[in-house]
Design a protein around this ligand. Structure first.
Ligand SMILES: C[S@@+](CC[C@H](N)C(=O)[O-])C[C@H]1O[C@@H](n2cnc3c(N)ncnc32)[C@H](O)[C@@H]1O
Length: 217
């Protein structure tokens, strides 16, 4: 028993080191994320949260759900928004970072790749839902490849669900459809946690129309 606790503790310290040393997350952000992973409330791990506007709105409207939003926050040539979000993250100015802590007890932001978030950071059985909003197609496919791998269930709680909101209907892409074999694809969701994206992210000009929910068949 003691060995198991030691092993869990070592894994936790290793995860925190990666977030601090490799991804330069502030220690306070790391501690907050782990307290949300582990406090037993329903939680959502968002991958590729970008400017965090929609996630902050979801967190403010759903105080009983924990939101851990993650993004790789790296520049990409030709995509000025990524450089902007990265600079905002470094200076602690993303919406999710500036909200007063008493209003956003249930929200945390981590800089980490999708891969590392799922394989090295999330503690065992710590995630209820994975949320992916507006990824580029190749990012969606690489994230789905990883998210849908058989051993991902080790970090998911038994009632897990994956919510994907792509730019286009998933049925327009063969590779994505192949990846989704073995999963139930639910109806599109009119709203994600009460947030209509087309109202709150006007620049993107998209709605929730193609959002789907995935669970194991
Ligand atoms: C098109 S943006 C969508 C941002 C946000 N979800 C929205 O709807 O406004 C895609 C985001 O995915 C992030 N991203 C790309 N590759 C990633 C990866 N491997 N792991 C985590 N995030 C990644 C990018 O930095 C970017 O912020």
């Amino acid at each position: 028993m003691e060995e198991t606790n030691d092993e869990t503790q070592r894994r936790l310290e290793y995860s925190k080191d990666i977030l601090f040393v490799t991804y330069k997350n502030p220690k306070s952000a790391i501690e907050k994320a782990f307290s949300l992973f582990q406090d037993g409330s329903p939680n959502v791990l968002e991958i590729g949260g970008g400017n965090t506007i929609q996630t902050t709105l979801m967190a403010l409207g759903n105080p009983d759900v924990n939101f851990i939003t993650t993004d790789i926050y790296a520049d990409r040539p030709g995509v000025p928004e990524y450089a902007y979000n990265t600079a905002q993250w470094y200076s602690g100015k993303l919406l999710a970072q500036v909200n007063p802590p008493e209003r956003t007890r249930n929200l945390s932001v981590l800089r980490v790749s999708a891969d590392d978030a799922l394989q090295k950071i999330a503690p065992d059985k710590s995630i209820n839902k994975i949320l992916i909003v507006h990824p580029e197609l190749e990012v969606l496919n690489s994230i789905l490849t990883m998210v849908l791998r058989p051993n991902v269930e080790s970090v998911l709680r038994p009632d897990w669900e994956i919510i994907v909101k792509p730019y286009k209907p998933i049925s327009q892409n063969k590779r994505t459809e192949q990846l989704l074999r073995g999963f139930m694809v639910g109806d599109h969701l009119d709203e994600l946690y009460g947030v209509n994206l087309s109202e709150h992210v006007p620049k993107s000009g998209v709605s929730n129309e193609h959002a789907i929910s995935l669970t194991k068949k």
